[in-house]
Design a protein around this ligand. Structure first.
Ligand code: VG1
Ligand code: CO
Length: 541
């Protein structure tokens, strides 16, 4: 029997990046099946189509892979290309979709959320361009989950996901591929591997913390095997179903082992970490933390030093809460700078239309038009390429960048697991007052503009409303408040803070000090501490 009756399950609404739930929810009977069938249905079926499938190795990924393969076969798909062991990093999946001309792909990951039987799982659909499904598609999927009454799933033994090559599942071909090779080959086309090899051979020291997540095998292959970095350069290199208990979110709080090493005595020259599914990166130098917004700006300013970008950039794009540091680079270069809502799906149209080459988000995500996802190792390699080409340290590059463009002091304060009603009320009350704020003074600073960010896509004219509350001051300093769309517990409030200092004085302050006036303004305007009773943020990046 391949046709199984089912009933709609509430709450299957994809968020910023696919559907994410606690693993017990996702693995309950019918939950994954309903969502996958709704996805296939919303796409107009998958008959005769080729799909890519893989994930970050987290708990339930292998079981989910077998279920999805049987569903794809019952739905008439022609071929599914799967990473060996059901492994594919998000950028590698994006590349494979494009390389193989597949119709789309399913990525099994909850990204930077912890994994395990009691932690998080997720599923995301990517389109034929390799990028996350746009809102129109995720809305169609959600609509379908609300009326679904059956799903199709073949009765068949499990596929051997360890064996490379073609196997048959009914009439469908399951092609198991090396998850790393094609991606590593792509990196070789973009970066000066001989120069990087020479740098490592010359004693350059690096630490890459893969946080027991999916970048381990990719980083070992590229950094240690192809570039000759010392064995052991990559730590926590084996993807584990529960990430060995690590929270694979590459920020100073969760990648604290790496932070301690890079801030300590005899630190390596360069440090990096990535997240569960390999699309994020944190960049560090010896004694030096690079804020993601600054990383984006430095990469944009120097990308031409890497062979893949020697012809220059077509434009840049950043998510709205990301600092405007990259805008200053774009202005100096005379190229377009786009401002999109949070989430990589909004960059796809711009990349496809050739309107931007490099994109980034303040949440440790940077990438380019080589794929349609953010890409952690890509950012690491571009940084390495820039270090090799300039001979400068990370700290020198940052100082030079600020001296040239000024510094956008930046920080994000996260308040996790707030009661949903409380978070909604906080946002709702502030939203209701936005119209009265322009012209008002807070802590002696005048508010120039305040709005609820709406994005008008210049390519397909779609409009995405309510993407974050922005309060902009007379000197262009900003505070932004929005609720996370990737959490699985209560509500996460993100407060984004930015202040520009032109220099030459005042470029080397501690960001929390430099942003103190903005932090006070948030409290005065939104009463985060007063309303939540929290003494401070859970995570500061
Ligand atoms: C977060 C980040 C956002 C990122 C998204 C997916 O979303 O803020 O910039 O694109 O995660 O990243 P939110 O809605 O929680 O703020 V990942 O690495 O989870 O695919
Ligand atoms: Co991720």
């Amino acid at each position: 029997m391949t046709r199984h009756a089912t009933t709609p399950i509430p709450g299957q609404k994809p968020g910023t990046s696919g559907l994410r739930k606690k693993t017990p929810v996702f693995s309950a009977p019918g939950y994954l099946e309903n969502f996958v069938q709704a996805t296939f249905d919303a796409l107009g079926g998958v008959t005769g189509k080729t799909l890519v499938l893989g994930g970050d190795g987290r708990y339930f990924g292998d079981t989910a892979t077998q279920i999805i393969l049987k569903m794809a076969a019952a739905n008439g798909a022609a071929r599914v290309i799967v990473g060996q062991g059901a492994w594919l990093s998000t950028p590698a999946a994006s590349h494979l979709i494009r390389l193989r001309g597949a119709d789309g792909g399913l990525i099994l990951s909850a990204s930077h959320n912890p994994g395990g039987p009691e932690e998080d799982f997720g599923v995301k659909y990517n389109m034929g361009n390799g990028g996350p499904a746009p809102e129109a598609v995720t809305e169609a999927i959600y609509a379908r989950t609300q009326v679904i009454d059956f799903y199709l799933k073949l009765e068949a033994p499990d596929v051997d996901l360890g064996a490379l090559g073609d196997q048959h599942l009914g009439d469908m071909v399951v092609e198991v591929v090396d998850p790393v090779a094609d991606y590593a080959d792509l990196m070789e086309t973009l970066f000066d591997f001989p120069a990087l090899k020479a740098m490592f051979a010359g004693g350059f020291r690096m630490r890459m913390d893969s946080m027991n997540a999916i970048t381990g095998p990719y980083a070992v292959e590229i950094l240690e095997k192809r570039l000759g970095a010392a064995p052991g350069t990559v730590v926590h290199a084996t993807p584990l179903p529960d990430f060995g208990g690590m929270h694979p979110d590459p920020n100073p709080t969760w990648a604290h082992e790496l932070m301690a090493e890079m801030m300590g005595a005899n630190a390596p020259d360069f440090g990096a970490a990535s997240d569960g599914d390999g699309d994020r990166n944190m960049i560090l130098g010896a004694g030096c933390y690079v804020s993601p917004s600054d990383s984006l700006a430095v990469l944009a300013a120097n990308a031409h030093l890497a062979p893949g970008y020697a012809g220059g950039l077509k434009g840049v794009a950043r998510s709205m809460p990301t600092s405007a540091a990259v805008d200053r680079v774009a202005a100096a270069m005379g190229i377009e700078a786009h401002e999109t809502p949070t989430g990589w799906k909004f960059f796809g149209n711009l990349l496809d239309a050739g309107r931007c080459t490099i994109c980034g988000e303040e949440s440790f995500g940077t990438g380019s038009d080589h794929v349609r996802e953010k890409d952690g190792l890509w950012a690491v390699l571009l940084w390495l390429n820039i270090l090799a080409a300039t001979g400068k340290s990370v700290a020198e590059l940052l100082a030079d960048h600020w001296a040239t463009y000024g510094r956008n002091y930046y920080s994000r304060h996260d308040y996790d697991a707030l009661p949903v009603d409380q978070a909604n009320a906080l946002m709702g009350d502030l939203r209701a007052r936005l119209g009265d704020l322009p012209g008002a003074e807070v802590n002696g600073m005048t508010i120039r503009a305040a709005d609820d960010f709406a994005y008008h896509d210049p390519i397909d004219a779609s409009v995405s409303k309510s993407q974050g509350l922005r309060i902009i001051f007379a000197d262009d300093s900003r505070i932004v408040l929005r609720l996370s769309g990737t959490g699985t517990e209560g509500a996460t409030l993100r407060v984004y803070l930015e202040r520009y200092v032109a220099g030459p004085e005042g470029l080397a302050e501690d960001p929390q000090q430099a942003l103190a006036p903005m932090i006070a303004a948030v409290e005065a305007l939104a009463g985060v501490a007063a309303r939540t009773g929290r003494s401070g943020p859970d995570v500061i990046t």
